[in-house]
Design a binder for this molecule. Structure first.
Ligand SMILES: Nc1ncnc2c1ncn2[C@@H]1O[C@H](COP(=O)(O)OP(=O)(O)OP(=O)(O)O)[C@@H](O)[C@H]1O
Ligand SMILES: [Mg+2]
Length: 311
């Protein structure tokens, strides 16, 4: 039994322009103590995947597939039970851009207490709030402050503290370092590393493959709603198989080597009426005739790749 396993997950949004196939047959798994990085360019379905696991989709539906957490299907659990037992308590999410939506009219203390109240926390609210703030590297004097009095890095730590208040085991962190300067980014990454060391599993969603290499044992690379490659990060960094993964890795600038980063020509596909064939076909340097058909799922040493090159 895996700690977490997602199997053939399909999630759609119904919009006026048509059905958006935001997550399309995505599968991956994690063992206990492992973390995963989800990479891919904008609008490929990363946040949607996180929101499915957190069961916080707005306007979207899981159409098929399953998500097992410690062997139990969290898709099938009825709502009051999910909130009572799982949401924030077992599984939590640092939502994308949440640091910009802290409530401006309440102090940090009031906002932390509100979460504890909503989840019927029975311990000492003040002790819990300051203990959690300290665990994310903030001083408890921050409790009396309003969000506008804090820097971006401090606000991001507050958002992380909120997610951690009820001691969850699995944290989905959606772009937790985007919009922060590199030094603060490094501090947030160190904080995530510390959480991991304390036994938490993290699903880190990011555009930045370099950040994933610091935290996650596993990587899932998404493209156009599909997870085109999944496996151990050490293996994928050393030997990326999918041409899109190769392109992503080659586009990371290096300070050490005097090598120009490459870019991937073209634009990502529309997720409304996507083609049956490989979604990367239009942009792939190795495109073949048969790529117009659905690519096979080829097993690799630690996961899989969706590509005809390895048939
Ligand atoms: N609530 C929604 N209603 C309709 N369509 C949505 C909704 N949320 C996301 N989408 C669409 O689903 C697709 C995937 O979006 P998602 O936010 O999951 O991408 P992402 O990979 O997280 O992108 P980014 O890196 O920019 O955050 C996009 O085409 C997006 O427009
Ligand atoms: Mg997103």
């Amino acid at each position: 039994m895996h700690y977490i396993s997602v199997t053939d997950l399909k999630t759609q949004y119904k919009t006026q322009s048509g059905i958006v196939h935001a997550v399309d047959d995505v599968s991956f798994f994690l063992e206990k103590g492992e973390s995963i990085g989800i990479a891919g360019e904008s609008a490929c379905g990363k946040s949607t995947l996180g929101l499915c696991i957190m069961r916080s989709l707005q306007g979207g539906n899981v159409v098929s597939g399953d998500i097992l957490f410690e062997g139990k299907s969290i898709i099938k659990i009825q709502e009051p039970e999910f909130t009572k037992k799982y949401r924030w308590k077992e599984i939590t999410m640092i939502f994308q851009g949440a640091m910009n939506s802290l409530d401006p009219v309440f102090t940090i203390e009031q906002q932390l207490h509100e979460i504890l109240r909503q989840h019927n926390y029975t311990g000492d609210f003040s002790a819990k709030a300051s203990e959690t703030l300290i665990s994310v590297g903030l001083n408890s004097s921050v409790l009396k402050k309003f969000p506008h009095e804090l820097s971006g890095g401090m606000k991001q730590r507050i958002v992380i503290a909120m997610a951690l208040l009820l001691n969850p085991k699995f944290v989905i962190a959606d772009e937790p370092t985007t919009a922060l300067d590199v030094l603060v980014q490094a501090q947030i990454i160190n904080l995530l590393k510390k959480l991991k060391k304390d036994g938490m599993s993290i699903m880190l969603i990011t555009h930045d493959l370099a950040i994933i290499s610091e935290i996650a044992e596993k990587i899932g690379v998404m493209y156009g709603g599909k997870m085109v490659e999944f496996g151990n990060s050490s293996e994928i960094y050393k030997n990326p198989k999918h041409p899109y993964t190769q392109g992503l890795l080659e586009s990371i600038p290096s300070l050490k080597e005097n090598k120009k980063p490459k870019f991937i020509r073209g634009n990502p596909p529309s997720l409304i009426n996507p083609s049956e064939g490989c979604r990367f076909y239009e942009r792939c340097p190795h495109a073949m005739e048969k790529c117009k058909n659905e690519p096979p799922k080829i097993k690799t040493d630690s996961g899989y790749v969706l590509c005809w090159l390895y048939e």
